[in-house]
Design a protein around this ligand. Structure first.
Ligand code: SIN
Length: 556
């Protein structure tokens, strides 16, 4: 097979990814210029779609920005950037109003409560999740992410200034430093592969917004969809952007444990409505979270996931259980229609049965280092949503803060880019070369991809999971070095395929997680190393990765 020809495209804004952050940014950017969105699957498929819980936001007089700030800082284990947290939580109500104006319906109390009075019925029904001391989670039933993504995508599809290229995977960012044109590093767009033809297009843009979501596929068990391969973090690193805090990977405590289904999240909101965690000890189902934290089953996620892991290791049981049998069926069907129906299909009735659950990789708290406007360390490159690391989450994300962060940073990124419309890269667009496949030939060994894919996910789960040790991390480090070398060689020798692009990204992200985990010689938030069970004394520091040294450096 010969290498397919390239096609060039130029736009004002290139948005990579179609989750909440990408679509919200695209809608805003369309006010300032033409926008091209690329997504490697259909536009509907993204991490946002699977977010059940909702969006944390201060909406009622009984709540306050200070309380939301305090809960976020408490969950973040000393590593949140307080100024960022304050800015994001206080910008929440304005962004939520914009979603409502775009047509999003958040559930009202009248749709859930038994017999609310007329005024109460109109108020938003606010959920509660782990680590929150108040009810403050806006939700659309129990499929919030799906509803948000649907409305935003509809608005984007209606907008004549937005073009959506589906089934196009970004291969690499175009950066001036990468090509050694300039000392100052500018992003000029991206090389993007059309998955149908494997043609690699050069897309030149004034502003590039990474909104590629998470990297859950780096672990064997994850709540994330197949698209979550860490592409944005890997590409940004290759383009010399700084990456921060990759050791903090959040495991959701309650993923359904069932042999006959794809991973399915049992939202933390179920615990917010009174479900308690239990484990089987000597044949009895007993509560255990009170032994670990005063908030018991509603403790911050890192604590709950670690407690379940510990209980399962102690008892030798395969899963823990959620018990919400004390709630009546009508309420559960109104509040959790999707979860109720999915469980019912599998023969689990929430009012009669315990729900078997296990922790699974869920959210990457680290990412491309940015400021509150999503600005990375590369000019013209923004990272918004899960791919970015603003400092909001610190060492452990507070539940449902991520969709809020995505909205706020997407808005801020476009405002910032618009204010800098006069800044342009000191390189003419027509001097950017098209993709050069070099001497690559057809890849003839698909087994290289499948083997390495499985091996990475397995050892990351076993060695770099909820509880880490120096020895496990050392083993993981040795393995990832070998695999990375093999993949790099294969990558440059072979004509690119989408699978190879994803595998290379996945391996790169795995290596970043391991390197940061090895460097952090303490236990903090989501990073627990049994050889260093205590927190270091303040000040807490972020891990930073910067090309070309690969060494982890510390940032206060
Ligand atoms: C959940 O519904 O439990 C997930 C929400 C989140 O990850 O913030």
């Amino acid at each position: 097979m010969s290498t397919p020809p390239t096609q060039r495209r130029t736009c004002d804004f290139l948005v990579i990814g179609t989750g909440i952050a990408g679509l919200f940014a695209a809608l805003k950017a369309a006010r300032h210029g033409d926008v091209t969105i690329v997504t490697k699957s259909t536009a509907e498929e993204c991490n946002t779609r699977y977010a059940q819980g909702g969006i944390a936001c201060v909406m009622e007089a009984g709540d306050s920005f200070d309380a939301h700030l305090a809960d976020t800082l408490n969950a973040g284990a000393g590593l949140c950037h307080e100024d960022v947290v304050r800015d994001i939580v206080s910008a929440g109500p304005a962004r939520i109003q914009e979603l409502v104006d775009l047509g999003l319906h958040f559930t009202r109390r009248g749709e859930v409560a038994e017999a609310p009075d007329a005024q109460d019925a109109e108020a938003y029904d606010l959920g509660r999740e782990g680590g929150h001391t108040r009810r403050r989670i806006l939700h659309s039933g129990d499929i919030t992410g799906q509803e948000v993504a649907k409305v935003l995508l509809q608005r984007c599809r209606e907008n004549p200034r937005i073009t959506i290229l589906e089934n196009h995977i970004a291969v690499d960012l175009l950066s001036t430093r990468h090509t050694r044109w300039q000392d100052e590093n500018w992003c000029l767009g991206a090389y993007v592969m059309d998955k149908a033809t494997h043609a690699i297009r050069t897309i030149i843009s004034r502003v590039t917004i990474l909104a590629t979501g998470g990297a859950g596929k780096v672990y064997l068990y994850t709540t994330n969809p197949d698209v979550a391969t860490g592409d944005g973090v890997a590409m940004a690193y290759r383009a010399y952007a700084e990456i921060a805090d990759m050791e903090f990977f959040q495991f959701h405590p309650t993923c359904l444990y069932h042999p006959n289904t794809k991973p399915f999240l049992i939202s933390e909101a179920v615990r917010g409505e009174g479900a308690v965690l239990k484990v089987r000890r000597k044949g009895e189902f007993v509560e255990f979270m009170q032994d670990y934290h005063p908030m018991a089953s509603l403790a911050p996620r890192d604590i709950v996931a670690r407690a379940i892991d510990n209980e399962l290791k102690r008892t030798g049981e395969a899963c823990a259980y959620l018990d919400i049998r004390h709630k009546d069926e009508a309420f559960l069907k109104r509040r959790f229609p999707n979860i109720f129906a999915q469980l019912k299909k599998l023969g689990i009735n929430m009012t009669k049965d315990l729900i078997p659950v296990v922790p699974a990789a869920h959210y990457c708290c680290g990412g491309v280092r940015t400021d509150i406007a999503g600005r990375t360390t590369v000019h013209g490159l923004y990272a918004v949503g899960e791919v970015g690391c603003t400092g909001l989450h610190g060492a452990n994300r507070l539940a449902s803060n991520s969709l809020l962060e995505a909205l706020v940073t997407a808005h801020n990124a476009v405002e910032d880019a618009a204010a800098r419309a006069g800044d342009t890269a000191p390189v003419p667009a027509d001097s950017v070369p098209d993709w050069n496949p070099g001497d690559a030939s057809d890849s003839d060994e698909q087994v290289v991809i499948t083997h390495n894919w499985q091996e990475i996910r397995r050892f990351m789960w076993d060695y770099v999971g909820i509880v880490r040790t120096n020895k496990r991390l050392e083993r993981a480090k040795n393995r990832i070095r070998l695999i990375r070398n093999e993949i790099e060689k294969y990558y440059w020798d072979s004509i690119l395929t989408p699978d190879l692009v994803e595998l290379r990204n996945l391996a790169s992200v795995a290596e970043m997680i391991i390197d940061c985990a090895v460097a952090r010689r303490e236990s903090r938030g989501l990073h627990y190393n049994a050889d260093y069970p205590m927190k270091n004394q303040p000040p807490a520091k972020d891990t930073l990765l910067r090309r070309p040294t690969r060494a982890v450096i510390w940032n206060e």
